[in-house]
Design a protein around this ligand. Structure first.
Ligand SMILES: *Cc1c(COP(=O)(O)O)cnc(C)c1O
Length: 384
């Protein structure tokens, strides 16, 4: 089959499966409200859990950073793109999270790819939670190491995988809070088993960092686990974009020497590193917002218990309503959109077949009345 026929066939399959993906053009977004095609919607689908993307201190820091150091980094960090703002931010992140080193990446996707491509060689193995993010599983399936997935959040399943002998190194991979289910990994049990097998643990805490744990230090801090490799991303609670890998001194040196995603890619703009420093300061002081978010989560879960769709066991800001069928999930999202709510139906292949869902996310920008209005609209949709 030529490219053209292949493309046409793939698109047709997508459409027929109610799995067509689109990118709506957002006219305005203040964290609580979205405007699309002239209409305003209550926004329940972002990852900006503390509303920091709209915070004046971050915007000011970005502006001042740009005024001092320009719009872009101008080169890879290995050439001339690593500014004092980058260096300061790395040190602040390492101190905050209790690691020797932090290395900045332009995205969480790049950070995960870099780690896995660099570490997982021939004869090694990667044991990853089945629901790990695409950036982890994609990389893991493209490296010479073997990839085995273990049952979601089941340390016993990991133990069974670890029991198989392996001559090479073992990298165990999980998320802190899972992006599509919102539940937390049992990090202490995973870490203990990994250590007993002389492996390394990689925790991607994209959805935990900033949102939980003392000072917002995330899932690992909350569960008192220090993985060999911690990935934190800045596109969610930090309200900006970018990521960092936290690790020991030698691993950081190794990444700087050999990680192609770092070496052959332009550093994030210095102004962005400046904005991220401001985000970190806000996050460290955001106990009140984190508390408010927890109250909103409780309120939503209590109300949603009465709905006909099952609520996944999530204590996080990610509250998926399991619908099952793609078409029905789409129809429900559409029904809510008509009622003034912006939420997305998440469908396979992002989630396993038969588990299409509304991925509802809450933020500290919401008010109690927003939650109540959403619950009412869901209840109306259920009784139709
Ligand atoms: C969003 C996300 C990423 C990707 O991070 P970006 O900085 O957006 O590229 C990686 N891992 C998880 C679990 C995520 O949710």
């Amino acid at each position: 089959m030529g490219w053209q026929q292949q493309i046409q066939a793939a698109l047709q399959t997508r459409r027929a499966a109610d799995a067509w993906r689109q990118r709506p053009v957002i006219e305005q977004n203040d964290g609580r409200w979205l405007q699309v095609a002239g209409e305003r919607y209550l926004h329940f689908s972002g990852n900006d859990y503390l509303g920091l993307s709209q915070h004046p201190a971050l915007i000011r820091a970005w502006q001042q950073g740009a005024a001092q150091s320009g719009a872009g980094a101008g080169a890879s960090g290995h050439v001339s793109g690593h500014s004092r703002y980058h260096a300061e931010l790395e040190q602040q992140l390492a101190d905050w999270l209790g690691y020797s080193r932090a290395l900045l990446f332009i995205s969480g996707f790049a950070a995960n790819q870099a780690l896995i491509h660099l570490l997982a060689g021939k004869g090694d193995r990667i044991l990853a939670d089945k629901l790990s993010h695409a950036s982890l599983l994609d990389a893991a399936s493209h490296v010479p190491a073997t990839l085995r997935r273990f049952t979601h959040n089941q340390p016993a399943s990991l133990a069974a995988r670890l029991a198989t002998p392996c001559a090479g190194n073992t990298l165990v991979v999980t998320e802190g809070i899972f992006s599509m289910d919102g539940d937390s990994a049992p990090l202490a049990a995973l870490a203990q088993q990994t250590r007993a097998a002389d492996g390394w643990l990689l925790v991607d805490d994209a959805h935990g960092i900033g949102v939980i744990g003392e000072q917002g230090r995330g899932s690992c801090w909350q569960q008192q686990v220090k993985p060999e490799l911690l990935v934190v991303t800045f596109g969610k609670a930090f309200g900006v974009s970018g990521a960092a890998v936290l690790c020991d001194e030698e691993t950081a040196d190794y990444l700087v020497q050999f990680a192609r995603h770092l070496i052959y890619s332009t550093a994030m703009p210095p102004a962005q590193a400046c904005a991220l420093q401001a985000a970190l300061r806000e996050i460290q002081q955001a106990d009140a917002q984190r508390q408010k978010l927890q109250q909103l989560i409780q309120r939503f879960r209590q109300g949603a218990a009465a709905l006909p769709w099952s609520l996944l066991p999530s204590a996080s800001a990610i509250q998926p309503l399991l619908v099952g069928d793609n078409g029905r999930a789409l129809a429900l999202a559409q029904r809510l959109r008509t009622a003034g709510f912006w939420l997305t139906a998440i469908r396979p292949p992002t989630v396993p077949p038969g588990t299409a869902r509304l991925r509802i996310t809450l933020t500290a920008r919401h008010e109690e009345q927003d939650i109540d209005r959403l619950l009412e609209a869901l209840s109306d949709a259920a009784s139709e």
